[in-house]
Ligand binder design. Structure first.
Ligand code: FES
Length: 103
């Protein structure tokens, strides 16, 4: 199974099933990411930066690219965690403020 590593204040990694979204992978590893639109590619609150393994994620589709372009996040390392599916090992940095505040 692919290994996903999230970098934030330190790192956490674990294995997930192929085709798991990065958003779901984060949840599985106990790191809840913000996802204000519920994973519908319309908010960018789940945006992450891929540090390694960009080619081990599903291809970016029109809706995801369009939203990232509108938010001036067109560099290839930017992905929406709710849309990017894990195909192989990846390392992802989570920008500050993207974690859910524990309630
Ligand atoms: S949760 Fe809104 S774009 Fe991913």
């Amino acid at each position: 199974m692919p290994q996903v590593t999230f970098l934030y204040f330190g790192e956490r990694s674990g294995e997930v099933e192929v085709n798991t979204s990065l958003l779901e992978a984060a949840r599985t590893l106990g790191l809840p990411l913000n996802h204000d639109c519920g994973g519908n590619a319309s908010c960018t609150t789940c945006r992450v930066e891929v540090q390694a393994g960009l080619d081990q994620l599903s291809e970016i589709d029109f809706d995801e690219q369009d939203l990232l372009d509108r938010e001036a996040l067109s560099e290839p390392q930017h992905r929406l965690a709710c849309q990017a599916k894990v195909l192989g090992d990846v390392i992802v940095r989570v920008p500050g403020g993207k974690w859910e505040v524990p309630s």
